[in-house]
Design a protein around this ligand. Sequence first.
Ligand code: NAP
Length: 328
Amino acid sequence: MANIEHVVIIGSGPAGWTAAIYAARANLKPLVIAGDGANRERMPGGQLMFTTEVENFPGFVHGIDGQKMMGVLQQQAERFGTRVLQNFVTRVDFTARPFKIWHINDLSGEAETQVLAQAVIISTGASANYLGLESEKKFENNGVSACAVCDGALPRFRDNPLVVVGGGDSAVEEGTYLTKFASMVYLVHRRDTLRASKIMAERALSNKKIKPLWNSAVEEVLGNDNDGVTAVRIKDLKTNATSVIECRGMFAAIGHTPNTAFLKGQIDLDPKGYIALKEPFRSTTSVEGIFAAGDCADPIYRQAITAAGMGCKAAIDAERWLAEQGID
Ligand code: NAP
């Protein structure tokens, strides 16, 4: 008879590691399938692996490097007996119990393997959308960011002009937030109206430090290795005229994509692909025994600390559900 895991945790950001810490301390010997690192979306540790300093996670007076933080959380989870597989989940079958999960490792060339689980916690996170420019990639973490709350307070951005791209709530929220640090925030949007909620849009547009650049798109991020971003070249989409805006940073705020493609047809997702939680304040999903935590189930807050809190809830929900099933 094949081995059946009590709890398999898919994903290894703050939600996954926190779920693992709680599940391990509840003696559930969780198995974390952490990602195989074959690309950015499959990186063990998730989005924080691409963040420099995390200054808003309680407990770190002077902040902590994102990668270091993920390493510490993993060690904490392992200390209580968590097992970690650096593989990537390709597909799942949640139609019957035990649940089936298939995983591979594209870096080592390991073929697809199946694992069985009584309960599953999904914490696969979300990926920030970027414009997709070569130059944008080149300056990532060197002036290009997709998270103002994570990076906005860095010294490089202080008292300097910054560019935010997008026209939704994220863009106006990030733009408004960045006015605390920046000398000026240029809001580059491809239309002449914002799609952000009225109140947030009005707040942003009445802020003297925010200058909207309508019908505009960033064509290229300019800079050098030493200084990072120094400017962006933008194109007026109505006239095709280009101009250079001097700035020390560019923040992409054009939405996130939850990493849930492998779940289609297996559990309920909302229209944007976020896992639909069954009950408010819980981690339960449309399938009994499958729990969700972190950015893959959170279209609103998307913070490390909220993900960690959701991971804690998912582990407690899973533990109680397993006990109700008489599985210990
Ligand atoms: P969003 O509402 O989907 O807006 C994305 C924005 O980026 C749109 O203005 C879109 O332009 C633009 N965009 C998309 N792809 C682009 C590209 N390739 N190049 C240039 N521009 C591009 O995403 P969001 O602002 O992240 O918000 C997501 C959800 O979270 C929303 O439901 C929002 O209400 C919610 N949210 C809420 C809060 C809050 O309440 N405090 C804060 C943040 C987010 P178009 O307008 O032309 O499509």
